[in-house]
Ligand binder design. Structure first.
Ligand SMILES: Cc1cc2nc3c(=O)[nH]c(=O)nc-3n(C[C@H](O)[C@H](O)[C@H](O)COP(=O)(O)O)c2cc1C
Length: 437
């Protein structure tokens, strides 16, 4: 029988948990323990990886000030994903841990060194979510007045990938000899300068870390524009996407695979994960009531609009919540997210747009029901799309222990019983687990 399994991943960030809700733990996760236990739950449920989102600024686009972001704890406070990835990785044995780091923020040498170190600490389970940033507010924290246009950011990122690739390869695999008898730790003839002198970066090398178990981290990417998709198809081991329904998912995956084939890559080496935000209950009616409760709450529309304002740098507070948007909007920020959000031509009001799709910005299809119903629907969708996996999250990424339990102990066993997802880990390295099916 054909293997119909797909991969599971989780998308979250190092922010307060679902702090407002009765089942939240109060919004104080800063010692990491809450998220370490979350990673352990994911591993129990055989997720391939957990991915930590990141941004490098305090949002102040919505309403022209940072007050509402702070009041709602939307995108701020947000702690650094790299140390959390280490803490999660060292408290688990199989789960992949992925940190977001921007090519506009880290000098390539620092990123390569940090990634190599974390990959060693996690015994080959580290992934890097390659982002090019989207906000002028971020740029102002890094010596720029504004971000370069998207095309230029991707041109820089292409060269960036070349540089970090050279750094990861600057030690030959057998450069560490560790010959105690003859007193040789590393063989100097097998460690090379990279002497990169390009349009944007100048790096001598070599890297000063040993080759890590995966040599380079697993690369994740989320390009949505045509340029972004080309970039992802060229570099990524896994792509994360928010698509419009099953048809949109199928079209996106086919498009990525075609782009990969065109440049001579095996499309099976690229796993496409679609973001979903399942809403579960003991009955379908209960699940729907809970879903409506969340998406119709006063806070929800504001949370979503703070977030979309931040990543597009368009102030959505200027628009009437109960009217359609007056014009088609464009951004130098996250264009794919904006296009999906605004559903131009649908005639929906801004409030409806915010509530739409089971969670505004991050839901590829509606999944509301009992664990068994949602598992069925996920299986059918994946069969239609052709693969490769789902990236589970919540509408504004915040989680409670209750939600984690519902997914890991409710939904995942239903998926496992249907032979749809992993029941054990076969490999040590994250990249090998991704390529297993
Ligand atoms: C699931 C998902 C996760 C993302 N995570 C981040 C992130 O953590 N940080 C960030 O700056 N951008 C993030 N992005 C934005 C993408 O990196 C990308 O900029 C966006 O999808 C728009 O694509 P484009 O740059 O090709 O227009 C994410 C996008 C998606 C769909």
């Amino acid at each position: 029988m054909a293997d119909k399994r797909f991969h599971l991943a989780w998308f979250m960030n190092f922010t307060p948990d679902e702090w407002r809700e009765p089942f939240g733990q109060g919004g104080n996760p800063w010692d990491g323990q809450f998220y370490i236990e979350m990673a352990q739950a994911m591993e129990r449920a055989c997720f391939d990886l957990i991915m930590i989102e990141d941004k490098l600024m305090v949002p102040e686009t919505y309403g022209g000030s940072r007050d509402l972001s702070l009041k709602h704890a939307m995108m701020v406070p947000k702690a650094d994903p790299a140390p959390l990835a280490v803490a999660m990785g060292m408290a688990t044995r199989h789960l992949g841990v992925v940190a977001t780091m921007s090519t506009m923020a880290y000098p390539p040498f620092m990123l390569a060194r940090l990634s190599s170190t974390i990959d060693s600490l996690t015994k080959g389970r580290f992934g890097w979510n390659v982002v090019t940033s989207a906000e002028d507010l971020m740029a102002k924290n890094f010596g720029m007045d504004q971000l370069p246009p998207r095309e230029d950011r991707y041109a820089m990122a292409d060269e960036y990938m070349e540089v970090v690739g050279k750094l990861f390869d600057s030690w030959e695999p057998d450069a560490v000899v560790l010959d105690r008898k003859n007193g040789i730790y590393a063989d100097g003839s097998k460690v090379h300068t990279v002497d990169h002198d390009g349009q944007f970066y100048k790096v001598r090398g070599p890297l000063n870390t040993v080759p890590s178990p995966q040599r380079r981290p697993v690369y994740l990417q989320a390009g949505a524009s045509p340029r972004g998709r080309d970039f992802a198809a060229q570099h990524a081991d896994a792509i994360v996407s928010v698509a419009n329904g099953v048809e949109g998912m199928k079209a996106f995956r086919a498009d990525i695979r075609a782009r990969a084939e065109k440049i001579g890559r095996n499309p099976d080496d690229i796993k496409v994960f679609f973001c979903i935000t399942p809403s579960l209950g003991e009955t379908e009616a209960e699940a729907r009531a809970r879903y409506e409760n969340v998406t119709m709450s006063d806070n929800f529309a504001t949370d979503v609009l703070i977030s979309i304002s931040a990543i597009t740098e368009i102030d959505f507070a200027q628009y009437d919540l109960d009217k359609p948007l007056p014009e088609k909007l464009v951004t130098n920020g996250e264009s794919g997210t904006l296009d999906k959000f605004q559903q131009w031509g649908s005639g929906k009001t801004l409030r409806q747009l915010a509530a739409d799709g089971g969670g505004g910005l991050v839901s590829s299809m509606e999944l509301i029901g009992t664990p068994a119903q949602v598992a069925e629907k996920m299986g059918e969708a994946m069969a239609e799309v052709g693969g490769d996996g789902f990236l589970i999250t919540t509408p504004v990424l915040r989680v409670s222990r209750r939600y984690i339990t519902e997914i890991c102990d409710g939904l995942v066993p239903e998926l496992q019983q249907r032979g749809l997802v992993r029941t054990e880990y076969k490999h040590q390295l994250l990249r090998d687990n991704l390529r297993e099916f």
